[in-house]
Design a protein around this ligand. Structure first.
Ligand SMILES: C[S@@+](CC[C@H](N)C(=O)[O-])C[C@H]1O[C@@H](n2cnc3c(N)ncnc32)[C@H](O)[C@@H]1O
Length: 399
């Protein structure tokens, strides 16, 4: 990649979250300068003398950026086929195409703000699919394989593959970038891991839970006990039930009858703080998805996880912001959760989420690995081999 081409970084985010992205970048990279900003899309000029290394960049994480990579410039025009040819003629793209080529093409439109959270759109719109098809057809000989491959929105890019990114700001303005598909979400267009919303799902929170689990690789196992505070109407609980977990849902609001009828689900029709601690004995995972301020969510959660005798191994907490300006408080919120003894805390604005952040907490980072090893062992047909000490006080699963 030419030195000049590798001086800019692009990021895409939920439209409206640009301020949160800028603040996060200012904290982690004070020398970077904002270069260009549109709803859901930003570029920053990187200040260093050396060009950006796309492998190192792929390891970086910004909570509010759905996707990021090296920004290579843009093409503008009216005809889709002409624009596609212009992309391949672009100096930086032609250079990368000759130097190792591209493993895949990701095309997406940044997430637009919606009035109702449940109406989130797909980042890969029909226009994006059309553009992707035109780019594949026009791919040069050095990237000939791209012509034979299916759309990248339908399957993940191979690990570590170099991706040609096209961020569609309008039908006639495409921004070009490139990244390495290292982390799970980097293997999908726009960082939107493909998750399903099955017909029986009672809310879109089903897809949100699926995305949270796919992104974080939390080692949940069938038969584990889980509590969800703020469970109504029950979409996220359904995703956990479908994975074979036992779920206690806590919410003063009504839960959908189909969820109530599930043999592994029980509903405590109360607010979190009114539930007796005894109900949390043996619970391994805690999910919190309440439509209250982030501090109030952590207040409720803290009173449970800090209770003597409970051993909550990991949590999936949704922190809802009534205003994106509240996002500036995220470092304090993360520090508070770490203070409870959770050493592995990660945050991401999920592509299926609204004006909020998903916080994942695990007691120890090693637990991530334990989960992966267990799955591998199970695939090989061995009995699951936990390396941590089982909790002696675990009661049997409830019904
Ligand atoms: C966004 S909805 C949850 C969606 C749900 N997770 C799903 O999968 O369908 C937020 C819920 O939080 C509940 N809630 C708000 N404050 C609560 C509290 N203190 N304790 C328990 N639930 C609470 C509300 O009643 C509401 O049903």
């Amino acid at each position: 990649m030419s030195k000049e081409a590798a001086q800019f970084v692009f990021m895409t985010c939920r439209a409206g979250a640009e301020g949160a992205v800028k603040e996060e970048v200012a904290r982690s990279e004070p020398a970077w300068r904002l270069s260009f900003s549109r709803p859901g899309f930003l570029t920053f000029k990187h200040a260093g003398d050396r060009p950006l290394d796309d492998r190192q960049l792929a390891e970086r994480h910004w909570t509010f950026a759905h996707a990021h990579g090296v920004s290579l410039g843009r093409v503008t025009g009216e005809k889709l086929e002409v624009l596609a040819a212009d992309v391949w003629r672009h100096d930086a793209v032609a250079h990368l195409a000759d130097e190792g080529g591209f493993a895949d093409i990701h095309v997406w439109q940044p997430a637009q703000p919606t009035l109702v959270e449940a109406d989130d759109e797909d980042l890969v719109t029909p226009l994006c699919q059309e553009i992707e098809a035109a780019l594949r057809m026009a791919a040069p000989e050095s990237c000939g394989k791209l012509r034979l491959m299916l759309s990248a929105s339908k399957r993940p890019t191979r690990h570590n593959g170099r991706v040609l990114d096209i961020v569609v700001l309008s039908p006639g303005e495409w921004w070009i970038g490139s990244h390495r598909a290292v982390r799970r979400h980097e293997r999908w267009s726009g960082g939107a891991i493909h998750v399903s919303l099955p017909p029986h799902a009672v809310s879109r929170a089903y897809a949100k839970m699926e995305e949270a689990l796919a992104w974080s690789d939390l080692p949940l196992a069938a038969e584990d006990e889980c509590v969800e505070i703020g469970c109504a109407p029950g979409g996220a609980s359904q995703a956990l039930l479908d994975r074979g977990l036992f779920v206690t849902g806590i919410d003063p609001a009504d839960v959908d009858p189909s969820v109530l009828a599930h043999p592994r689900f029980r509903h405590l029709k109360k607010r979190g703080k009114d539930v007796r601690r005894k109900e949390f004995e043996g619970v391994r995972w805690l999910v919190a998805d309440m439509n209250i301020a982030p501090e109030a969510t952590l207040e409720e959660t803290e009173s449970i996880v800090q209770h003597p005798g409970l051993a909550i191994r990991g949590m999936v907490i949704t922190l809802k912001f009534s205003d994106w300006k509240q996002a500036a408080r995220l470092p304090e919120l993360v520090a508070r959760v770490r203070g409870w003894g959770y050493r592995d805390v990660r945050t991401r604005q999920l592509t299926t989420g609204g004006q909020e952040v998903c916080l994942i907490a695990l007691r120890r980072k090693a637990l991530r690995r334990v989960g992966t090893l267990s799955r591998k062992r199970r695939r090989r047909g061995r009995v699951e081999n936990r390396t941590d000490t089982p909790h002696t006080s675990l009661p049997g699963p409830h019904y």
